[in-house]
Design a protein around this ligand. Structure first.
Ligand SMILES: Cc1cc2nc3c(=O)[nH]c(=O)nc-3n(C[C@H](O)[C@H](O)[C@H](O)COP(=O)(O)OP(=O)(O)OC[C@H]3O[C@@H](n4cnc5c(N)ncnc54)[C@H](O)[C@@H]3O)c2cc1C
Ligand code: FES
Ligand code: FES
Length: 1358
């Protein structure tokens, strides 16, 4: 039982206010405390600070970033550092000051420049990541009011954003940096703002073109004197530290924080099993996901001895309590002070520290925690191990030293700490002359990703020679712990540092560091290859260093004369450099509005997102920010652990015995319909995938509800067949719907007449939506008439409403769904929210209480499915000059266990497969496979990003076969004149051609292609690739009824206007655009108009906000309503043209003119006849082209995005800032799909990748170094509102230009090495795939396993 009376008082400050808490739960984190704490702290102040967001709960996304300030006892200075509140134990905050986004500034009081700038630079879309971004930047500015761009990138490296593509966020941060950024149009030799009189910009005439999306000069300046000061009370506390042990008792856990080292050591004797919690970045995630439990936690936070740093003549001793960020500073300082030869180890450690996690984690994690955790992927332990670091241990008995060697790392009891010992410090010796130390790592992406493999390597050469005196090599990621290659190193002693030694070393290492085919983490062959590739890099590095030494000591070192010494040829030097972390630059170009357009009219102007300032201050309310409602209960879901099984029994008794548990909801509790046949809301009798929802626990707290789910016992009987892969589904004829097919010309006949035929396969992996706000819903039952209010994060509230109605068997009119804003959807919140809404509604009806259901990231990723993985087979016939005469593509998508949107996705896939190409003889077939995986669903682009990759891969294959560059084949086969698509829809490709030509021109494609070739000739281990991709993207749904939209506009008697429409604000700025429309139509400023929310009570029967047409169709409805109102007002306006808007409204009211109108848009005509294969399925097309250039590291598979140029046909953009934001964001999301986002499934169908640790969406350092986006000057489409186009999805596919640039680089490698160029195309192009495709002597030397002899860790499902 919690014992508040015995607990000490936890004292800390939040936003300048004192918190004194006796009843604190040591298991709680700062995040829950901030968001959920209802304690009245002073008469008027409640600590309900919901600006800090929950998105992953594991320190991996930065959404919960806050600043912590502490007095550092060693430096006697105040240290401000960013932390992830979700991992910060609340008890660790004793004596600290916390600043949250609310404490930085607010709309009500004063905006902080950071908040103002991120908003006005268009750095927010859905806004869910924004408070975290603000806090990371704010903390940086507290420490460095004028940071460098490098510091800015470092500060934001731990913050994920799924919407913006980061560029505008960096842009806002850059306004604080000291570097000048006058011009970003690199490479052209000309400033983008300085077009000469006679210059014609490729995009149009001078004054029509704009490159400015915000007015930097209007920003308020940063005044560091205005910041909150460190509370004097805490300063006094720190200067006279309390030596008493503080204890906080929780229900299950006790937190003990001793004030002296002596007390800590005594406590360690008393509680030998108790861990020391320092950063909690290792313990926290383990307690959460591996369900580790520790009844006693010891906190050494107040023990200054653990933070001591001692510089000695032979090395550096760093206190175990120092954070990794502090360690970075200490090492940097030492490197600057000492001669280079002494700092080899420090440099290697610093290199790894820069890419280890994000800034927040480095601020929290301690050196001691890192070393003691002995994580198998630890970045520091391999380097510390090879450099002979020692651990200084201390206990009540005294002190002793142990080496940080392979025995310690393997956890051998004889080489480990005793239970009562703690680590006091780590001693890292200096390196010496003729000693070389290096560190290597390869992760899925450059920053904020755990490494697949890493290594520390050290060699000591006999003075003046190249003979090995001592050698140490250690690897991480290739076993359960860091592995030392001790045996191999011993055998190499005395050998000379040359090629012969290298060959022998590789052989020995591969033998010693052996990795079984079934090794956890998979990627076995890649890891084996890295083991030797890293060694090769080290080998070259040392040779280079020797070359320098020879120059220095040329007379003395006889044994090193050039006759005997190995040299690094210039071509090989490229193996040595790591890709630098760079801050992206770029230009965004759009067409200015007509100079005659009235100033009041906002259409076409880069207006800031309506909620941007609220996003930046944390005042924007998301679903789970709604205050607790009276008698509210929490729900947690119980899901299947089997892929295909009969449910024999469900025993809920143990769950119900837990305190605070109220009920368990099963299918039997559903009063109405339990979903559809084959797609139940709650499983009955049978489960068909791991992650299928079986029942739900309702409890008084979310923690208890979650704990109770683990007590529910379900017995299963496994059923056959179990199908996960597309291959197996085909074998079992397991499909969700009939085949979809389109055909034109005579494919068979055409194949007979062509010069050449190629057949190939393409595999495209799935994609997780990774919206930052997980699925969440709050259902509030009302007391009368079975009414329900539902607050839900959805793209389709009407669908939630309908589903709840049928589930509860009550009419739709009793249910009102409210959507204020959604923290990202991308298609993932079209169908699934209805499931969660309905289950929560059953709970609400059964218990009579409001129910809150917030999915944690793991459950969200497990349950909800995502983009369909695809397997494509193609057969293409062409002439020798690259003209494609026949193309036959067969696509299979992995739909998972229920139909969901799979049939529609298949249809869209087939309809869009031709992309930009006119091929006379075509056959496209598509099928959705039924497998025992969670059902896949809608995702931005809806099949097009996967399908078009097959088409473009065909083109690349044809190009390779014809010996022509792919862009030539693309050009040759592209639509050129007015024509009809495969489904006989007429269209004019003029804009497509313009986009293509502009892109070629703007990107200087042809000259850069030559530069790439030049580079590739000179560099063997690094290769560049460049690709340009055209796009014809069809917008909308293939059915007229799906394009209808409605709006409701009220004018109130004070003249203010309330607009409601059927679209949902997902971050895409739909509300902003709707106000722009209303403002133009009513001819009043946007500030007079307001949108409160989307609600099924105001605009009924809405269509999902999806398919890029949200603003189009709702805009037409808003326009219609406004025009109706204006028409009614016209007589009054005519009579009093000199009057004001308010006068007219007043008069209208007096004259009993209705000031409320509904607007309606009947929808674009669209249909598709699949029987005949003809139709007019899409209202219009968006055209675009993108050119990307990359550089790959052939030894590691890593790549760097050098430059991307996008040209997009936005027609007359309603809001260029928002539209460019959509293009950039979707491009980066597409880039993630094609390069780093990889879902891994176990052979039992369990999704492994269920957190940002395992699933890597792009981070800030993944943005191309130069990133230019241009909107093509307007063409007209009379069909849409003000001739604008919907741009929500189209940018996604342009991300494939990065994929094809990588493929281009790989093809160059293979050509050079005389390996077949037509390797199998697999997306994403992960470092693993790139490395293995760049076959070389190292890939040849690794052992290969017979697939029949082991069970792999993961299975490919595409
Ligand atoms: C999002 C995220 C990303 C990460 N990325 C990387 C990465 O890229 N590379 C990498 O190498 N690591 C990475 N890590 C791991 C991180 O480096 C470690 O979790 C961290 O260093 C552990 O330190 P801590 O202070 O938080 O340990 P805690 O979690 O507080 O403690 C961990 C263990 O150490 C013990 N301990 C702590 N101090 C002492 C002491 N003085 N004496 C005895 N025992 C002690 C504790 O008892 C406990 O068992 C990542 C972690 C997270 C959460
Ligand atoms: S929620 Fe804390 S880092 Fe993701
Ligand atoms: S704005 Fe960054 S996640 Fe949506």
């Amino acid at each position: 039982m919690r014992c508040a009376s015995r607990s000490d008082e936890l004292v800390f400050f939040v936003n300048g206010r004192k918190v004194m808490e006796r009843n604190v739960d040591p298991e709680g984190t700062l995040l829950t405390f901030l968001r959920k704490n209802w304690t009245l702290l002073s008469k008027s102040w409640l600590l309900r600070l919901t600006g800090t967001k929950y998105a992953c709960g594991r320190g991996g996304c930065g959404a919960c970033t806050v600043m912590v300030s502490k007095h550092d006892p060693v430096s006697r200075k105040i240290r401000h550092f960013s932390v992830t509140a979700c991992l910060m134990p609340i008890c660790s905050l004793y004596g600290a000051a916390v600043t949250t986004v609310e404490g930085v500034g607010s709309i009500k009081t004063r905006l902080h420049p950071v908040q103002e700038r991120i908003a006005k630079s268009h750095g927010t879309q859905c806004g869910f990541c924004t408070p975290g971004m603000v806090m990371s930047m704010y903390t940086l500015l507290r420490n460095h009011p004028q940071p460098s761009e490098e510091q800015l990138t470092e500060a934001l490296g731990g913050n994920l954003c799924r919407c913006t593509g980061y560029r505008p966020i960096l842009e806002s941060g850059r306004t604080f940096c000291m570097e000048s950024n006058s011009c970003q149009q690199k490479g052209t030799g000309k400033c983008c703002l300085d077009w000469g009189e006679n210059d014609s910009s490729p995009l149009g005439k001078k004054n029509e073109i704009c490159t400015k999306l915000f007015a930097k000069e209007e920003f308020q300046s940063l005044d560091p004197t205005q910041e909150l000061i460190f509370p004097p009370e805490l300063l006094r506390m720190a200067e006279n530290p309390e030596k008493r042990t503080l204890t906080f008792y929780g229900e299950r856990v006790t937190w003990i924080s001793p004030g002296t080292l002596k007390d800590l050591l005594e406590l360690k004797v008393k509680h030998p099993e108790a861990p020391l919690v320092v950063g909690n970045t290792s313990l926290g995630p383990a307690m959460k996901s591996q369900r580790q439990f520790h009844p006693v936690l010891l906190s050494p936070a107040r023990i200054s001895e653990l933070s001591m740093v001692t510089k000695t003549s032979d090395g550096l001793t760093i206190g175990a309590g120092c954070s990794l960020a502090q360690m970075q500073d200490i090492l940097a300082e030492r490197i600057a002070e000492l001669p280079e030869e002494k700092t080899q180890t420090y440099q290697a450690l610093l290199k790894h520290l820069r890419s280890l996690a994000g800034q927040q984690i480095r601020n929290m994690a301690s050196l001691g925690g890192h070393v003691i955790s002995r994580h198998c992927c630890s970045d520091l332990n391999p380097v510390l191990a090879v450099s002979n670091a020692t651990l200084n241990l201390i206990s009540a008995e005294g002190t002793r030293q142990i080496p940080l060697n392979e025995h310690f790392l393997a956890g051998l009891a004889s080489a480990d700490l005793k239970p009562e010992e703690i680590l006091e410090s780590v001693h890292i010796p200096h390196s010496q002359k003729w000693e070389f130390v290096s560190a290597f790592r390869q992760a899925q992406c450059q920053q904020n990703a755990l490494p697949h493999v890493n290594a520390g390597m050290r060699v000591l050469l006999k003075e003046g020679t190249d003979s090995i005196e001592d050698l140490s090599i250690a690897y991480g990621g290739v076993g359960a712990a860091t592995i030392s290659a001790h045996r191999s190193c011993q055998q190499l002693l005395g050998r000379r540092w040359n090629e012969l030694m290298l060959d022998e070393a590789c052989r020995l290492l591969l033998d010693e560091v052996s990795l079984p085919g079934s090794a956890p983490g998979g990627r076995v062959e890649f890891k084996r290859t890295l083991v030797v590739s890293f060694l090769f890099k080290f080998y070259l590095e040392v040779l280079q260093e020797l070359k320098k030494l020879v120059k220095l000591f040329s007379v003395a070192v006889g044994a090193l004369d050039s006759r005997h010494r190995s040299e690094v040829s210039d071509q090989f030097l490229s193996a040595l450099e790591d890709f630098p972390v760079t801050i992206p630059q770029g230009v965004q170009t759009y067409q200015n509005v007509d100079p005659h357009q009235p100033l009041q009219d906002p259409v076409g102007r880069p207006i800031m997102h309506l909620s941007a300032l609220k996003h930046a201050t944390g005042e924007a309310m998301f679903c789970d920010d709604i205050p607790v409602v009276d008698k509210e209960l929490f729900m947690a879901l119980v899901t299947s652990s089997r892929a295909h099984a009969k449910i024999i029994s469900i025993d809920v008794s143990k769950a119900l015995e837990l305190p605070e548990v109220v009920d368990v909801i099963t299918a039997e509790d559903i009063p109405g319909t339990n979903g559809a046949e084959g797609d139940k809301l709650l499983a009955v009798e049978e489960v068909t995938c791991v992650g299928q929802i079986i029942c739900a626990v309702v409890a008084e707290t979310d923690v208890q509800a979650k704990r109770a789910t683990e007590k529910i016992e379900i017995t299963y009987e496994d059923l056959e067949p179990v199908i996960f892969t597309i291959k197996d589904a085909i074998k079992h004829n397991s499909f969700l719907c009939p085949e979809k097919k389109l055909e034109q010309g005579n494919v068979e006949e055409a194949f007979e007449k062509v010069d050449q035929i190629i057949e190939g396969e393409v595999h495209v992996g799935g994609q997780e939506h990774f919206y930052m706000e997980t699925q969440r819903v709050l259902v509030i039952p009302k007391t009368e008439d079975k009414e329900l209010d539902i607050y839900v994060s959805t793209q389709d509230p009407a669908h939630v409403q309908k589903t709840v109605s049928s589930t509860l068997n009550i009419p739709i009119n009793r249910i009102t769904c409210h959507v204020k804003r959604v923290g990202g959807g991308f298609g993932g919140k079209v169908g699934k929210p209805a499931v969660f809404g309905a289950i929560a509604a059953v709970g609400a009806i059964k218990t009579g209480h409001p129910i809150r259901l917030v999915l944690d990231r793991e459950d969200d990723m497990l349950i909800t499915g995502g983009r369909h993985p695809l397997f494509g087979k193609y057969k293409v016939g062409f002439t020798n000059n690259g003209r494609i005469k026949a193309l036959d593509i067969e696509c299979y998508i992995n739909g998972g266990c229920t139909l969901d949107d799979s049939e529609l996705v298949t249809e869209f896939l087939i309809l869009k497969l031709e992309n930009a190409y006119k091929i006379r003889n075509l056959r496209f077939r598509g099928r959705a496979c039924m497998t025992n995986l969670p059902s896949n669903t809608a995702f931005r682009g809806f099949g097009f990003p996967q399908g078009a990759l097959v088409t473009e891969s065909c083109i690349t294959a044809v190009a390779a076969k014809c010996g022509l560059p792919p862009e030539k084949i693309r050009e040759k086969n592209m639509y050129k004149t007015v024509d009809k698509t495969i489904y006989k829809q007429a269209f004019n490709p003029e804009t497509l051609i313009r986009c293509w030509n502009e892109c070629l021109d703007k990107s200087s494609f042809h000259s850069r292609r030559m530069q790439v070739e030049e580079f590739n000739k000179k560099n063997y281990w690094k290769k560049k690739g460049i690709a340009i991709i055209p796009m014809k993207f069809s917008v909308g749904f293939a059915a007229t009824s799906y394009h209808q939209a409605a709006a409701l506009v009220h004018i109130y008697t004070d003249g203010s206007v309330l607009v409601t429409h059927g679209g949902n604000e997902l971050g895409q700025g739909i509300h902003t655009k709707m106000l722009q429309v209303a403002s133009r139509e009513l001819k009043i400023p946007m500030s007079c108009i307001h949108i409160s929310e989307t609600s099924t009570a105001t605009v009924p029967n809405t269509i999902a906000t999806a398919a890029s047409v949200g603003a189009d169709v709702n805009g037409r409805a808003v326009q219609n309503a406004c025009q109706i109102l204006l028409k009614r007002l016209e007589p009054i306006i005519k009579k009093h043209p000199e009057g004001t808007w308010e006068n007219w409204i007043e008069a209208a009211f007096e004259q009993r003119i209705s000031l409320s109108a509904t607007g309606y848009f009947r929808g674009y005509k669209a249909f598709m006849d699949w029987e005949k294969g003809v139709g007019d399925p899409f209202p219009y097309y968006v055209y675009g082209a993108a050119c990307s250039e990359v550089e790959i590291d052939c030894l590691t598979g890593a790549h760097k995005k050098i430059r991307t140029d996008i040209i997009m046909d936005a027609c007359c953009s309603l809001n260029p800032a928002i539209d460019i934001g959509q293009i950039e964001g979707s491009f980066i999301q597409g880039m993630g799909l094609y390069t780093t986002e990889e879902l891994k499934y176990s052979p039992e169908g369990i999704l492994y990748s269920r957190s940002p640790d395992e699933y890597k969406i792009p981070t800030i350092t993944d943005v191309p170094e130069e990133f230019n986006v241009s909107l093509l000057p307007s063409s007209q489409t009379p069909l849409t509102i003000y001739s604008s186009k919907g741009l929500g999805e189209s940018g996604m596919f342009l991300g494939s230009s990065v994929f094809f640039a990588i493929a281009d680089a790989v093809a160059t490698v293979r050509r050079e090495r005389d390996i077949a160029e037509d390797f199998m195309v697999q997306s994403p192009a992960t470092p693993e795939r790139v490395r293995m495709a760049c076959a070389d002597r190292f890939t040849k030397m690794i052992p290969r396993d017979d697939p029949e002899t082991f069970k792999p860790w993961s299975i490919p499902i595409a």
